[in-house]
Design a protein around this ligand. Sequence first.
Ligand code: RUB
Length: 318
Amino acid sequence: MEREDLQPRVHDVAGAIETMETRGAAAIASEVADALRAQAVESEAETAAQLQAELRAVARTLIETRPTAVSLPNACRYILRRTVGDSVDTVRTSAVESAEEFQTRLATAQLDLGQVGANRLRDGDTVMTHCHSTDVIACVEAAVADGKDLSAMVKETRPREQGHITARELTELDVDVTLVVDSAARRYMNDIDHVLVGADAIAADGSVVNKIGTSGLAVVALERGAPVVVAAQTLKLDPATMTGNAVEIEMREESELLDADERDAIGEITVENPAFDVTPPRYVDAIVTERGQFPPESIVTLMRELFGEGSTEPWGTE
Ligand code: RUB
């Protein structure tokens, strides 16, 4: 049941994430910060406790929208932990400041990460991409700004074709783009210098959770000796995996694969539509973050440093 004390902006953000109008882990996190900020600004709460309870409810509402992108709970964690005060005004101010600080850090982290990723790319390289990741685009953008001439083989990324967004954005950066169907990856792998993908979540053992098809791409890349580089801000590290929890893989509607007529024509079948898959660390050459690049097996050290305080859920259960 929808809570009446949540602001319309919160429902708009939740709806846009659910329908994937807002998509990609970093963009989702930024919108989440915006929704928490809007609640703090517009709330009619009369006590600090009431406003804190509303902000926790905003977090719970948003976290339910898409289960895999850990940037979503991480954004809520960052903001709620810093939202303190004993009056409505102080809680409001600290929520607004924390949300804005979070968004600034998000943008800065992406720029810093981009430079680290760019350092790996050489003039004349061809990268292969999967889905659309703003962290990946940041790496290419920084490399282009460094004067490197790059080409990209862009997988279209069924069923929602986020590869089209990547193709458009890379073209705008003057990268020479070739679009291919997902199943053509192996056919072209000998021409590829780096496979460059983003992440929705990184587990403590260095496994990478990203758009469905990433793990198959990584297997092919390893077979052909092309390094797989994962561009992922530390916001994508999932602290809950340090205590053995698995990352939940979102299952989406079958209508993304078949329209109603196609469904009728096919007859009685089962359709599975997982949005993400898990690439084990042995297939990944490096995880590129704003803190530098890490072999996947060592990412847990960074995780402990960043989330030493634990993965508690400041949004509670009610
Ligand atoms: C998006 C996806 C992206 C990551 C990283 O999936 O898998 O690779 O979210 O994106 P979807 P970014 O389209 O289902 O949201 O680097 O922008 O955070």
